[in-house]
Design a protein around this ligand. Structure first.
Ligand code: GLP
Length: 244
């Protein structure tokens, strides 16, 4: 794993944007795996600013998001569909038909999961997958204990994850209990992974990611097995005394 240490959240976001933008500019066709949450907001902000300033072209980009809540309408502001439109897709020239998120409202969620993996495969797989990390080491919504062999699947969210995501909702009861997430195997199939982390609340997770054991109780540890992972972290998220 290549670790790039930066001073703060803003610097992490700038470096991540430069990384993704240079990949987009230097390819004729690229499949991006995208994440939600607070961490990539700065990345998306700088991608939008770059688009406005430099008109970087996204018409050849196909995107696949990691996850989506079950049962939230796409127009509901807390759905990840809405988040992606608001923060990125509405502000760059990516084609609507090239944008994909799991469908948490399908009649058969199992079918939706299988379809999502099939679609990713048919499009040639993911070239670069952007990841955040949960405080308990979750990636996507793959909670501790998830098998490293999982494909896209339905998950029951842990109470700690629902609590961590509560700030976006009116109250805890409104936070969905389930989500669809790309599985750990689906994430590991990406040719390249870019993981971002910022803030002291992520420092234990980053410590375990870089220096802990490979363990399904800490899902992100699977990245130790991936041949092409870049991690951009700020100094606060390295505050658990990691020596790199
Ligand atoms: C959420 C998302 C993850 C995200 C993580 C961290 O539950 N499903 O994809 O990486 O939690 O979120 P944040 O970036 O807000 O800390």
């Amino acid at each position: 794993m290549e670790v790039i240490t930066v001073t703060d959240y803003n610097e992490m976001s700038i470096q991540a944007a430069e990384y993704i933008i240079s990949k987009v500019r230097s390819s004729n066709s690229i499949n991006l795996g995208l994440a939600t949450g607070g961490t990539p907001l700065g990345l998306y902000k700088y991608m939008v600013l770059d688009f406005q300033k430099n008109t970087t072209d996204y018409r050849h980009v196909i995107s696949f998001n990691l996850d989506e809540y079950v049962g939230l309408s796409e127009v509901y502001p807390n759905s990840y569909h809405y988040y992606m439109k608001e923060n990125l897709f509405n502000h760059i020239n990516i084609l609507d038909s090239n944008v994909h998120l799991p469908n948490g409202n399908g009649a058969s969620l199992q079918k939706e999961c299988a379809l999502y993996d099939k679609l990713i495969k048919e499009c040639g797989g993911i070239d670069v997958q952007v990841l955040g990390i949960g405080q308990n080491g979750h990636i996507g919504f793959n909670e501790p204990g998830t098998s490293f062999g999982t494909k896209t699947h339905v998950v029951k969210l842990t109470e700690s994850t629902r609590q961590a995501n509560k700030h976006n909702f009116d109250n805890l009861d409104e936070v969905p209990t389930h989500a669809i997430t790309m599985g750990i195997q689906s994430i590991m199939n990406s040719r390249e992974i870019l993981l971002l982390a910022s803030g002291t609340e992520k420092s234990t997770a980053i410590y375990k990611l870089l220096q802990g054991d490979l363990n399904e109780q800490f899902p992100a540890s699977v990245l130790q097995l991936h041949p092409n992972v870049t991690i951009i972290v700020d100094e606060q998220s390295l505050s658990s005394g990691i020596s790199i």
